[in-house]
Unconditional design. Structure first.
Length: 506
């Protein structure tokens, strides 16, 4: 089941009954879990954060937009925050650990945009990753002039023609901006009383990427509740972490003799962002989430990454997990199928004669599956070691020699891992042939699939051995590995020296 996050921003933060009605409209759709509702009276704005299945994401977002259009009148709205519509912006955010990708979110944004324009007569602009033109990637560019400015020129300025709908704003709901983006952190830093408002504006200008500051930061200087605020959107906290944004605000404000008084988050923040900030504050070197006991417990309880999360990580632009990990994963699935067939055979009177054989087969399949599952991560680590070796300096001469040795060692290690995968997959192929021949006839096709998967895993892993040995400058150390991989891949099954068979019995 794919899950996405959706974070619609509504132009209402002062009437709790309206916020509640919008929230309830969203929550009424199947598959929705509301994570957070944050309202700000000064901004006159509410941010709702929810997760939802990809199948019902459009329906949930549409329900909120429709309710906002019914209850919010932009002609009577006033607040500190820029806005184009009753529902100002609706971003979809991929949750890769739960199987969704940026491509999924782009498709959802476009589907929602078409529906909003068609059924609510609200013009829609696509932004960020869903944008159809470069000048609409940046939300601030799309929202320039706000509701009143757009109302005056949408029909006459060709640059303001919406992506969906007529070139005419909705009389009270304005227009809506819909898109797809990575996680965004709404983070505000306060600089004391409102008398420091100009300082906040100058600091915001220095911080925001469009003015030459931090590329992945959008910032405004505002007066909020009698205080000067630097309001920021951190659009990529991996490239510009929270602590980096705070440090720049603090340093720029110090030039005016002003210091931050406090800061706040609007909505939710990824766990990693706060952990990095804490590690930075105490100058903790080499920190990673793997150091956290909660992380380890969660990983153990959940049994590692979900299947949908694994598929999403493979589909991502990152080089790992790659082909070697996929080969090991396929082998693990084959082992699981072989174990299933053995389990379906045990305890049946018809197969009493092979009861002990099936028990042994089930235990062997489980052991092989566990080893192959571990090889999924081992292969990724081996690739990362090769990448790290290639990044070592080439100068001076001594460094170049050390780099060459490191590359050779890493490539040899990267060849050994898929060879182990090939061996284990060959054993699974043999096991699949055995349970196909003697196991429950009702599961013979499952045994056949196991055999085919195991053979594919074996040959794919052997291919990875060959690729890594080919990359070695001195191939001598890799020749024995290459020879064994070729032998195992030639005839997977029967202890690595015979072809896995699919016995198609009726």
């Amino acid at each position: 089941m794919k899950l996405v996050e959706c974070v619609p921003n509504f132009s209402e933060g002062r009437r709790p009954e309206v916020v509640a009605a919008i929230r309830d409209a969203i929550a009424s759709v199947d598959g929705v879990t509301i994570l957070d509702v944050s309202s700000d009276a000064s901004h006159n704005r509410t941010v709702v954060t929810f997760v939802v299945t990809a199948e019902t994401a459009v329906a949930a977002a549409f329900a909120g937009i429709a309710k906002a259009a019914e209850l919010i009148d932009l002609t009577r709205h006033q607040g500190e925050h820029p806005r184009l519509g009753a529902t100002d912006v609706v971003p979809f955010v991929p949750l890769e650990a739960w199987g969704s990708t940026m491509h999924d979110c782009i498709a959802l944004a476009r589907e929602l945009g078409a529906r909003v324009a068609r059924e609510l007569s609200i013009p829609v602009y696509l932004y960020e990753r869903a944008a159809t033109r470069p000048d609409r990637e940046n939300l601030a560019d799309v929202r320039r002039g706000e509701f009143e400015g757009l109302r005056d020129e949408i029909a006459t300025n060709s640059a303001r023609v919406p992506d969906f709908g007529e070139a005419c704003v909705h009389a009270t709901a304005g227009a809506t901006v819909i898109g797809a983006r990575p996680f965004l952190v709404a983070y505000n830093v306060y600089l004391g009383p409102a008398t420091n408002l100009q300082v906040a504006k100058d600091v915001a200008k220095a911080v925001r990427g469009s003015s030459g500051g931090l590329r992945y930061v959008k910032a405004l200087g505002l007066e909020v509740d009698g205080q000067a605020q630097v309001s920021m959107n951190l659009v990529d906290t991996e490239r510009t972490p929270m602590f980096r944004a705070y440090e720049l605000v603090r340093n720029e404000a110090a030039a005016y003799g002003v210091a931050p008084t406090w800061s706040e988050l609007v909505g939710l923040v990824p766990e990693r962002a706060l952990l990095e900030a804490g590690a930075r504050h105490v100058q903790l070197r080499g920190f990673s989430p793997a150091m956290l006991v909660e992380h380890k417990v969660r990983e153990a309880v959940q049994g590692g990454m979900s299947l949908s999360g694994f598929v999403a990580s493979v589909a991502s632009p990152a080089p790992t997990p790659g082909g070697g990990s996929i080969a090991a994963h396929a082998g693990a699935l084959a082992a699981a199928l072989a174990q299933m067939v053995a389990g379906l055979t045990m305890g049946k009177k018809k197969y009493a004669a092979v009861e002990n054989e099936m028990k042994d087969a089930a235990l062997r399949a489980r052991s092989l599956g566990t080893r192959l599952a571990a090889l999924v991560a081992d292969d990724a680590r081996a690739y990362e070691a090769v990448s790290a070796a290639y990044r070592l300096p080439k100068e001076p001469e001594a460094a170049a020699a050390a780099r060459a040795r490191a590359v050779a060692d890493a490539l040899l290690g990267a060849a050994r891992v898929p060879l182990e995968t090939a061996r284990a997959a060959a054993d699974v192929a043999e096991l699949a042939a055995h349970v196909a021949e003697k196991g429950n006839t009702n599961a013979v096709t499952d045994a056949g699939v196991a055999a085919l998967l195991a053979e594919a895993a074996c040959k794919s892993a052997a291919y990875n051995v060959r690729v890594n040995v080919a990359a070695m400058e001195d191939k001598t150390p890799g020749q024995p590995l290459l020879a064994e991989a070729a032998r195992v891949a030639r005839e997977p099954g029967r202890a690595g020296n015979g072809r896995a068979c699919f016995v198609g019995r009726r």
